[in-house]
Design a binder for this molecule. Sequence first.
Ligand code: SAM
Ligand code: SF4
Length: 334
Amino acid sequence: MKDRYNRTIDYMRISITDRCNLRCTYCMPQDISLTSMENILTYEEIIRICTNAAELGITRFKVTGGEPLVRKGCVTLIRELKRIPGVEQVTMTTNGVLLGRYLEELIQAGIDGINISLDTLDAGRYEKITGKNVLPDVMENIEQAVASGVRVKLNTVLQSGVNEDEWESIALLAGKKQLDVRFIEMMPIGFGKNCRGISGRELLERMKTRWPDIEEAADIHGNGPAVYYHVPGWKGSIGLINAIHGKFCASCNRIRLTSRGKLKPCLCFGDTVDLMPILRSRPATEKSDSFGDIESEDMIRRAIAEAIAEKPAQHCFEQKDHITEESQMVSIGG
Ligand code: SAM
Ligand code: SF4
């Protein structure tokens, strides 16, 4: 459906857990108080929301976390999401640590693409950034994912003085392997507020100097804001997600669902529409052809439509004191 700025909203990111097996410095460097399981959406509730969202024109879902693969039954959720009428694409964002264990099942379930976060190619640095010495496992899982033929994108957040110097070696993975590398600007959410990122604009200058024949790739690769570039002869492309310096709000197409059942109209602001009261006071019935009574499902759709209607014209990441989102990225899902 369209929002009040005439943007088509057809993409939902679903955070299925706020738990994670890593402790990335800019996301969740230390344990945070976790939501108890009874306050987390069940998979049945997620499917119920997404079925109603699909009726409103949401055709693509991204499953995220925390780390989605730490929640039991994640693969079954993907399979169920794929079965919802009207759904065109279901993808996942993962840190890749557990991917080898679930890759085959995810493919069987019909996953359309996997984004894997990778900020460094150096094992020691990986441990410093994520708190765990598991880079070889992640690299092996990336290899396996590429070999499986599933669409793979790597997500890299560059930080000044941390991994900035690796931009070229990480970008080169897109030269050698059938995958895209996307550099995401550090966003001032949660712990990210205290980290210094690298602007996509600066990175593009470096890329143009390093590979003078690089060109913007006209075809769109994904669900949103990345602008892609291609170097002749490379297998994959480089995407820049310039959340701060290349405000792409005019073409925003998304809403976010947190694991606590709140719909977030915009990453930057704390405002949410809470679906929990409707879901828990009007539980689904046992009937297989619908979830609850017509009125209950209508209430869910109205709440989703309200979240879409409340989407602001743009974020305000450039004015940090105007940002009202206080949650950590780990509980939003990126
Ligand atoms: N655990 C999964 C993963 O790491 O891919 C999914 C959740 S994670 C929050 C999703 C993405 O958000 C990751 O690529 C991560 O690097 C990115 N991210 C986390 N905090 C961020 C921040 N402050 N600014 C930009 N990206 C951030
Ligand atoms: Fe976990 Fe992903 Fe956040 Fe790292 S970025 S702490 S892997 S949720």
